[in-house]
Write a protein that binds this ligand. Structure first.
Ligand code: GAR
Length: 192
């Protein structure tokens, strides 16, 4: 069974959807670590409820991204992590992790990429008055939400306020991400 770590910076609703999918037997993989760059993030409480070990760090306490990624990498190697799953991790992944995990880092983003990359994708879509936005799961590269797309789902947001658009998009995220992880993590096993 593949082993993965979740990286998150915020509420952790996607992380919880993934942990719940494992608990429900819909995702056969093992989440062995939560990494967060926000020691106060709510995702830590959710991790505790699911019995997931966590590592939280303060980026400013390090001289560089390389330095904290090296420390994280030691942990990932110790725990024999196969994949990194970004779930609301609001930080670009640097060369240390990208070269240690080529094509083994996934991200979810709340828009139909390449539309509305970066921060506040839902706000960007509402400001642009598009009737439809959605969700993208993609491999991570050095760019901002630019890696190869694995799966997308559309969400109607016409006439929605921010709360409703967020609710609709996150509902789809919580369904899509565990499904894609099940395919991606276990597909590779078939060829091994
Ligand atoms: C999610 O909507 C995720 O797609 C987004 O952050 C939110 C985290 O929510 N990620 C990005 O915007 C990445 N560019 P959560 O903490 O409740 O899972």
């Amino acid at each position: 069974m593949k082993r993965f770590a979740i990286f998150a910076s915020g509420s952790g609703s996607n992380a919880e959807a993934i942990w719940q999918a494992i608990a429900d037997g819909q995702l056969s993989a093992e989440c062995v670590l939560l990494v967060t760059d926000k020691p106060e993030a709510t995702v830590l409480d959710r991790a505790e409820r699911y019995g997931i070990s966590s590592f939280s760090f303060t980026p400013k306490a390090y001289a560089s991204k390389e330095e904290f990624e090296e420390e994280i990498l030691v942990l990932l190697r110790t725990l024999r992590v196969d994949y990194i799953v970004l779930a609301g991790y609001m930080r670009l992944i640097g060369n240390v992790l990208l070269s240690a995990y080529p094509n083994r880092i996934l991200n979810i983003h709340p828009s139909l990429l390449p539309a509305f990359p970066g921060k506040d994708a839902i706000g960007q879509a509402l400001d642009a008055n598009v009737p439809t936005s959605g969700v993208t799961v993609h491999y991570v590269d050095a760019g901002m939400d630019t890696g190869p797309i694995i799966a997308q789902a559309s969400v109607e947001i016409e006439g929605c306020d921010r709360t409703e658009a967020t609710r609709r998009i996150q509902t789809i995220e919580h369904q899509l991400y565990p499904r894609v992880l099940q395919q991606v993590l276990n597909q590779q096993e078939v060829f091994k």
